[in-house]
Design a protein around this ligand. Structure first.
Ligand code: DGY
Length: 320
């Protein structure tokens, strides 16, 4: 009997094709809707491996139901949806998808920074709403990007890729991270800063920090108070690193100028969310790594990890 792999969302058949001989694939058959919890738990019971998304909570209840499970391959670099410690106790390997999404996510972070700084979405809506009558000196004038100071919070692979883009824009680079990044300091001139100092100095604060107990609501009222009133906040990591009420207050009180957000505390957010009502916020539906090529590489990396582990080899990108 072939090992059973359960995939929690419909993915294209041609991606599965090269693995069909080795595994018995079962799959939730909807592309846009997450698998209901009861279906996930009952499928987990017979699975040797699971390919899941960040929409699934892989917690103690799931692990208790998944009696034969050897590996959970998460299609994301972040894995805060998984209780990694409980997985370890159950002898389940957890893998993520680092590297393959680094440059694509950095592209998006920089696109969001530029769109927010130069008010691209507002400007687009201005024409669509038929408001454009005359050219005028300060019509939709935003902030410069070139020559400004970027402050990167979370200088992992994606942080460094954002820093490389910032260097191309002649920006000076500050960063805050658990450990010093000597290579980025030498090659990009990045300067290490304490968090508070970075928040005070940067014209653009870019959050790329993973969500952990320590980073939960790290961007709180005090952090926003520390920012310049002309500064822009960009979040491409996890929504829960931000106190969204404090961010909303900072944006409405002009404590900071604008925000670009790819991630939210509760996803999906609705159009009725208070942040969506603000002109100085650009919101995206968590599309950091969403290029067709990168999403395909992420799926392939998940499948390769499943294949290795279910064949008794080491995972390629384990997190535990
Ligand atoms: C990740 O990989 O963690 C992203 O947030 C999903 O693309």
């Amino acid at each position: 009997m072939k090992p059973v792999i359960y995939i929690t969302r419909k993915i294209p058949d041609d991606i599965l094709q090269p693995y069909q001989d080795s595994f018995d694939f079962r799959m939730w058959d909807k592309e846009e809707t997450p698998v209901p919890r009861d279906v996930l738990l009952s499928e987990a019971a017979s699975a040797d491996g699971v390919l899941c998304l960040l929409t699934e909570a892989i917690d103690k209840e799931f692990l208790a139901a998944a009696k034969h499970l050897k590996i959970v391959a998460n299609m994301a670099v972040g894995y805060d949806n998984i209780d990694v410690e409980a997985a370890r106790e159950h002898g389940v390997v957890v893998t993520n998808t680092p590297d393959v999404l680094t440059e694509t996510t950095a592209d998006l972070a920089f696109a969001l920074l530029m769109a927010t700084a130069r008010r691209i979405v507002e400007a687009n809506d201005y024409i669509r709403d038929d408001k454009w009558e005359y050219w005028s000196p300060y019509l939709l004038a935003g902030s410069d990007i070139h020559g400004k100071k970027i402050g990167i919070v979370g200088m992992g692979r994606i942080g460094e890729a954002v820093a490389r883009r910032a260097k191309g824009f002649d920006m000076s680079i500050l960063y805050h991270n658990r450990s010093r990044k000597v290579k980025a300091e030498q090659e990009l001139g990045a300067v290490y800063c304490e968090f508070t100092e970075l928040m005070k100095e940067a014209d653009f604060v870019v959050s790329l920090i993973p969500l952990t107990e320590e980073t939960k609501e790290m961007f709180n009222e005090q952090a926003f108070q520390n920012m310049k009133s002309s500064a822009v906040f960009i979040n491409v990591s996890r929504g829960a690193t931000v106190d969204e009420q404090a961010l909303h207050d900072a944006l409405t009180a002009n404590t900071i100028r604008a925000a670009g957000l790819d991630v939210f505390n509760q996803e999906p957010i609705s159009a009725e969310h208070p942040l969506m009502k603000l002109d100085n916020v650009v919101c995206l539906p968590h599309i950091g790594s969403a290029s067709v090529a990168t999403r395909t590489k992420m799926l392939e990396l998940c499948l390769d990890n499943l294949k290795e582990v279910l064949n008794g080899a080491q995972a390629m990108t384990p997190v535990n």
